[in-house]
Design a protein around this ligand. Structure first.
Ligand code: PLP
Length: 431
């Protein structure tokens, strides 16, 4: 079957969608900027357990898992039952609902930094609320950022995607690299007395070096600044309470999203009561803030994580994948530029090539070949609790086919002749 046949419905749907929707998608990471048009699917029909079916009827083991939001698997029976039960009682009501404080109470029990909680819908709601709280609490303006934190002005203005963000806003955010204490020291010194907080992803690719997160916390507190962990990916993945639980460093505030409700739109900012109480003075408030279906989903998610070995299973699945991928890389003589990186709960297939064009050609080839062999991926191994042995095997079979092609293209210094689509190019580089 040719690529044109395999992705016929996706390709024509893209043409139609782009007539009414810029880019044909709501999300850059689901669009033709992330998946190579013509050589991978672009529209999903349904998901079930570990798998997703595209609009052409092709089925994939899904290593994207809705950009990491689905940690239990699609259509988890217990989550769906809780949502269906709540659906019969109303979605968004005119008064606050008991699920708001019930889920907040459970988060306070589970998350070390949490004394109080506020909910939002997107992760960006939580990070933006945390930043506003930090500015209100410290009376300072500058925010240090490390990682990806969403689409709002205060963050995206610090990246190459800053079009539309006023210079005055951009000047208030300083990006610092992961794992570099001296860079944080320098940024604090350059902005003495004016850094409200560092907001960071506590793990990006590799885990932080031992003691690093604690040193950061001490340094920030010495300077009167707050430490905010963006646990939107790491929460409900590295541990229930994310990196703060795994690495035993308690931040002042933390942001959760994605896995908190297994794909339902829910996020949370939580932290020390003394800071969180400023929510009554600042303004963070929205019509859908207490939407009940996502909260019912979160409650069912927390039940599952606290009664079943979810984290252990994510780790075991990840370990099988990374061990298998490392072996395949070795066997194909690809160790000089390929590796399985990160912790098993959130690992990735890393292509270490400094030539940017070649890197993106190889990345495109990787996505093309994995999709051809029934695996949807963006490079990260976002495994879910629904993964079974046969899913792991399918992932490794796809890698067994893709890796030798990557090695051959790398040897040639070009993916030309292998690629059946236009190569992707980066939107912006963060991590
Ligand atoms: C670490 C991190 N922070 C924040 C966000 C923003 O979350 P959302 O896209 O739900 O606004 C994301 C999304 O990918 C993320 O990965």
């Amino acid at each position: 079957m040719t690529m044109a046949d395999r992705y016929q419905a996706s390709d024509s749907m893209l043409v139609r969608a782009e007539q009414t929707i810029p880019l044909g998608s709501q999300t850059f990471s689901k669009s033709r900027t992330a998946f190579p048009a013509g050589a991978s699917p672009l529209f999903a029909e349904s998901g079930a357990g570990s798998r997703i079916t595209d609009v052409d009827g092709n089925e994939y083991v899904d290593l994207v898992c809705a950009l990491g939001a689905v940690t239990l698997g699609y259509c988890d029976r217990d989550v769906d039952a809780a949502v269906a039960q709540q659906l019969a009682r109303g979605v968004t009501l005119s008064l606050s609902h008991r699920l708001e404080h019930e889920v907040a109470e459970r988060l306070v029990e589970l998350v070390p930094c949490a004394e109080k909680v506020r909910f939002g819908k997107n992760g960006s709601d939580a990070t933006s609320a945390a930043v506003r709280l930090a500015r209100a609490y410290t009376g300072r303006d500058i925010i240090l950022v490390c990682g990806y934190h969403g689409w709002h002005d205060w963050y995206i203005g610090s990246t190459a995607r800053s079009l539309g963000v006023p210079e005055a806003v951009r000047a208030l955010t300083v990006s610092v690299p992961f794992g570099d204490l001296e860079a944080v020291q320098a940024a604090l010194a350059e902005n003495t007395g004016n850094v409200a907080a560092l907001i960071m992803e506590p793990m990006v690719v590799e885990p932080p070096e031992s003691g690093y997160l604690q040193q950061l916390k001490t340094l920030l507190h010495q300077n009167g600044s707050l430490l905010i962990f963006d646990e939107i990916v790491t929460g409900f993945r590295l541990a229930i309470a994310g990196a703060q639980e795994l690495f035993e460093v308690t931040p002042d505030l933390a942001c959760f999203g994605k896995g908190i409700a297994n794909g339902h739109p829910l996020s949370a900012v939580l932290g020390r009561a003394e800071i969180m109480d400023l929510m009554e003075e600042i303004f963070v408030s929205g019509t859908f803030g207490g939407e009940t279906l996502s909260l019912a989903a979160a409650s069912a998610v927390i039940d599952k994580y606290t009664t079943q070995p979810v984290i252990e299973t994510l780790a075991a699945t990840g370990r099988s994948i990374t061990a298998g991928v490392s072996e395949l890389i070795d066997g194909a003589n690809g160790t000089d530029f390929l590796r399985a990186a990160g912790r098993p709960e959130w690992s990735m297939f890393a292509i270490d090539v400094s030539n940017e064009n070649l890197l993106w050609d190889l990345r495109t080839l990787y996505l093309q070949e994995m999709a051809r062999n029934g695996v949807l991926t963006l490079g990260r191994h976002n495994v879910s609790y629904a993964f079974q042995e046969r899913d792991i095997q399918q992932v490794l079979d796809a890698y067994a086919r893709a890796i030798p092609l990557l090695v051959a293209a790398h040897e040639r210094g070009s993916a030309a002749g292998f690629l059946e689509c236009e190569p992707l190019r980066p939107l912006f580089t963060i991590r």
